[in-house]
Ligand binder design. Sequence first.
Ligand SMILES: NC(=O)c1ccc[n+]([C@@H]2O[C@H](COP(=O)([O-])OP(=O)(O)OC[C@H]3O[C@@H](n4cnc5c(N)ncnc54)[C@H](OP(=O)(O)O)[C@@H]3O)[C@@H](O)[C@H]2O)c1
Length: 300
Amino acid sequence: MSDVKHAVVAVTGVTGALGGRVAPRLAGRGVPLLLVGRRPERMPELPGAQRRGPAAYGDAAAMRAALAGASTLVLVSGHRTGRRLEEHATAVEAAAEVGVERVLYVSLVGASPVATYVNARDQWATEQFLAGSGIRHTVLRAGIYTSTPAALADEAFVVSGPAHTGRAAFVTHDDIADVITAVALDDGPRSSYDGSVLEITGPEALTLGEAVARIAAATGRPYRFVSETLEEAFARRWRTGMSGEQIETWISWYQAIERDEVSVVTDVVSRLTGRPATPVSHAAWWPAPNTARGVPGPGI
Ligand SMILES: NC(=O)c1ccc[n+]([C@@H]2O[C@H](COP(=O)([O-])OP(=O)(O)OC[C@H]3O[C@@H](n4cnc5c(N)ncnc54)[C@H](OP(=O)(O)O)[C@@H]3O)[C@@H](O)[C@H]2O)c1
């Protein structure tokens, strides 16, 4: 705990994997926090933190009430609903209305109106809204999570999808949380990160085959990657009972990797944290198989 006086930071997504790592880091640095979300009863208990909500991003009145008193908002992007732009824009407007001065928005590497990965198009739309909103902001584009291939594996530890030689610079949740923490702590009236787009990536770009082999070595479990044709991927997923929208979303994730749209490697982790980005083989957290959102199984 430091003696520096920090302004109040609101953090969303704290019941999830990323926000749930950002909040304790900031609390540990003595930052007063508002934990904001739909399920206050599931939020962690942290020193100097108030739990606020229930507040969904799309509920302007609930977001205003939850964010009152914050100076900075760490806005973790929400789950895919088909209305993410509206939800994120409502949350940002609510923040501005109650005096929040800056927003740190967690977007996605590869965000673009023509991105192959459907979620990266949603993220681009929110980035545009933020840029035009007039509020001080920083866009933190998270790379593809190191944990996702492990969560996508089936009960036999097989990860299958239409990717072959394309690469992704997989990045751990912990590295992303460390970068967000560093930016949030730079909380004077002007931050050197105002207006920046920071692409947070792992240390190297790997094919899915390489990444999954490293996950197998790191966990001691028999993970393996099986590449499929696009046609096989659509047909197999349909047989597992996924919705058409889920099938399209996940296939677009593999295809974005195959097209090298998420393979950029940056020095953001080392520059902002003072230590190298974590390779897949050294990740500290592995979700169970069949726990990726939108695939059959328990979901996360
Ligand atoms: N970079 C990548 O590879 C990658 C992969 C997957 C997802 N993502 C994006 O990154 C975000 C954070 O990742 P994560 O691993 O922390 O996901 P996660 O574990 O599923 O957590 C998502 C968090 O966001 C909250 N949330 C979702 N929709 C919301 C809404 N409409 N209003 C208020 N809160 C909402 C959830 O709250 P509840 O407890 O109320 O559900 C949860 O706390 C995801 O939500 C997604 O947008 C990125």
